[in-house]
Design a protein around this ligand. Structure first.
Ligand code: KG4
Ligand code: ZN
Length: 337
C-alpha cells in the first residue's frame, strides 16, 4: 500500500511516499529555519504562509521522486495534531483536497505518533510493545507503546520540553536558533564538571520531567558571571548542561523500563539526535540488558516519511478520517479515535 504523506505542523513543509509503513519511496523536506532564525524562534504566521507557498511543489516532487502519479497512491495522510494551528490547517486542507480529487482514503496522523514511527522505517525488526522516550521541541514523554496505535503516557514534562530547554539554554549562551544542535557540537569541545547543575524532580511523579529550573540555572549562572566580569567557557557549560539533561532522561526512562518490565527502549523526536543522549542511552541499555532503537539522524527531526509510516498502521487499525478532519493545536497522543 502506497501512502502519500504531508507534514506541516511547524516549520518544515514535507511530503513523502511510503510503502507498507516501512519503505520510503521518496521524502522531501523544505525547511524554513533560516527565515525563523532572524526572529530567534518560529513565527507562526510566517510558517503558515511559507507552507501555503511551498506545499504544492514539495508534494509534486515527492510524487515524482517516487516515480508515481497521484492515481497510483492508495491513501493520503496528513499530520492533523498537535502543532501550530495555521500551519497544520495548510497541510490538512491540502490533503483533504487531494483525497477528494483523487477519490482516495484520508488518514489523519498525530505528529508524535509519527516521530515514534520513524523507528519502524529504520528498524525492520522493531514491533510494539516497547518503551519510548519522545523528546522534541514541544514534547518530552515516556510512553508505553502497547501497539502501533495504542499508547499509554507514563511520564511528561511539567513545564519546558527537552528541546525547548536546549534551545533556551543555547540562546542564553549566544548560539543561533534552534540552538540544540550548536550546544551539542560545543559540548564535544568542553570539559565536564565545572558547572554542577540541578536535576529537578517532580514530587510524587518519578517519571515526569521539569526542565525550566535547569534552563533558569544556566541563565542565572551566565548573568552572575557577567556581573562579576568573569568569562564563562561556553563549551564547558554546554558539556555539563548536555550531560545533566541526558542523565535526567536516561535515569527516568531506565527506571520506568525496570518497573514496567520493558527490555526494548526506543528514542524519538528531534532531541534524540543529541550525541550525549544517544551515548547515555547506549551505555545504560547495555548495563540493564535492554535493546535500544534510535532513529537515524535524518529521521529524528520533522519529516513526512514518519507520518506515512504511522499512517499505514492507523489505516490497518481502521482509523481513516472523513472530510471534516480539522487541525488541532494540542492533543494527547493516547486519545483514541
Ligand atoms: O522533533 P522536532 O524536529 O520538532 C518538534 O516536533 O518539536 O524537534 C526540534 C527540536 C529543537 O528544539 C532542536 O533544537 C532539537 O530538536 N534538536 C536538538 C538536536 N538536534 C535537534 N537538541 C539537542 N541536540 C541536538 N543535536
Ligand atoms: Zn516534531
Amino acid at each position: 500500500m502506497k501512502i502519500l504523506a504531508i507534514e506541516s505542523s511547524c516549520d518544515e513543509t514535507a511530503a513523502a511516499v511510503v510503502e507498507d509503513g516501512r519503505k520510503v519511496l521518496s521524502s522531501v523536506i523544505n525547511s524554513q529555519i533560516e527565515e525563523h532564525r532572524l526572529y530567534g524562534g518560529v513565527v507562526p504566521e510566517i510558517a503558515s504562509r511559507r507552507h501555503a507557498e511551498n506545499i504544492v511543489a514539495v508534494t509534486e516532487k515527492a510524487l515524482s521522486d517516487a516515480g508515481v502519479a497521484l492515481n497510483d497512491i492508495d491513501a493520503v495522510a496528513v499530520t492533523y495534531a498537535p502543532g501550530l494551528i495555521g500551519a497544520l490547517l495548510v497541510g490538512v486542507n491540502f490533503a483533504k483536497g487531494l483525497a477528494l480529487a483523487a477519490n482516495k482514503p484520508l488518514i489523519g496522523v498525530h505528529h508524535i505518533r509519527g516521530h515514534i514511527a520513524a523507528n519502524y522505517i529504520a528498524h525492520e525488526q522493531l514491533k510494539p510493545p516497547f518503551l519510548c522516550l519522545v523528546v522534541s521541541g514541544g514534547h518530552s514523554h515516556i510512553i508505553k507503546v502497547e501497539d502501533y496505535t495504542k499508547f499509554d503516557v507514563i511520564g511528561r514534562t511539567r513545564d519546558d520540553a527537552a528541546g525547548e530547554a536546549f534551545d533556551k539554554a543555547a540562546r542564553a549562551m549566544g548560539y543561533p536558533y534552534p540552538g540544540g544542535v550548536h550546544l551539542d557540537k560545543a559540548s564535544k569541545l568542553g570539559k565536564l564538571g565545572n558547572f554542577p547543575l540541578p536535576q529537578p524532580k517532580v514530587e510524587g511523579s518519578p517519571y515526569d520531567f521539569s526542565f525550566s529550573g535547569l534552563k533558569t540555572a544556566v541563565i542565572n549562572l551566565l548573568h552572575r558571571a557577567e556581573q562579576r566580569g568573569e568569562e564563562v567557557c561556553r563549551e564547558d557549560l554546554a558539556a555539563d548542561f548536555q550531560k545533566t539533561v541526558s542523565d535526567i532522561l536516561v535515569t527516568r526512562t531506565m527506571a520506568a523500563a525496570k518497573e514496567f518490565g520493558f527490555k526494548t527502549i526506543v528514542l524519538a523526536g528531534g532531541v534524540s539526535a543529541n550525541s550525549g543522549i544517544r551515548e547515555g542511552f547506549e551505555k545504560a541499555c547495555k548495563k540493564q540488558g535492554c535493546q535500544l532503537f534510535m532513529p537515524p539522524l535524518n529521521l529524528c527531526g520533522d519529516n513526512a516519511a514518519m507520518i506515512g509510516s504511522q499512517a499505514y498502521y492507523e489505516y490497518l487499525a481502521g482509523n481513516t478520517a472523513s472530510l471534516d478532519l480539522n487541525g488541532i493545536a494540542s492533543m494527547p497522543i493516547d486519545k483514541s479515535w
